[in-house]
Design a protein around this ligand. Structure first.
Ligand SMILES: [Zn+2]
Length: 149
């Protein structure tokens, strides 16, 4: 692997954040823009004070390009942990409501999902949302994203 790629700096990058692509299929994964490694789910967004474009890379290249052996892995771990909690949320113990829905408490907020209007509706602290979700699971995940993210 060459150190300099057509004027792109090989060091001095700063990690701006890690993004979970939440892939649903093969096409949803990214490739590392530095080494070309494929099937990356957790993308490290790097910027450089003396280069005008950002780089989207995997964890290994993130460590290398930032020169930080701790930060990138810690940032990815945090995103992984958040994603794991999010994915488990619909499978937690929801209670059935008298009205045919299901309810749970998340971070002190009352979340209720019920079939309505040909799909699923979401209530948070008894306030009904306006959106109709195609699945119960997507309504549950929307609640998680609103409350936790
Ligand atoms: Zn790479």
């Amino acid at each position: 692997m060459s150190e300099a790629k057509s004027g792109i700096p090989a060091c001095g990058w700063v990690l701006d954040g890690v993004i979970d692509l939440m892939p649903a299929c093969e096409d949803d994964y990214a490739s590392c823009e530095w080494c070309g490694n494929e099937k990356i789910r957790f993308v490290h967004m790097l910027s450089h004070p003396r280069h005008f474009e950002t780089l989207a890379v995997g964890c290994v290249c993130s460590v290398r390009l930032t020169g930080d052996s701790v930060g990138p892995a810690a940032a990815e771990k945090e995103v992984r942990s958040h994603s794991a909690k999010r994915e488990r949320f619909p499978d937690r113990k929801w209670k059935d409501t008298r009205f045919g829905g299901r309810t749970i408490t998340l971070a002190g907020r009352r979340v209720t999902v019920a079939a309505k209007a040909g799909g699923y509706r979401l209530w948070i602290d008894s306030i009904e949302g306006r959106k109709t979700y195609t699945s119960e699971r997507s309504a549950m995940l929307a609640a998680f994203d609103y409350i936790v993210s």
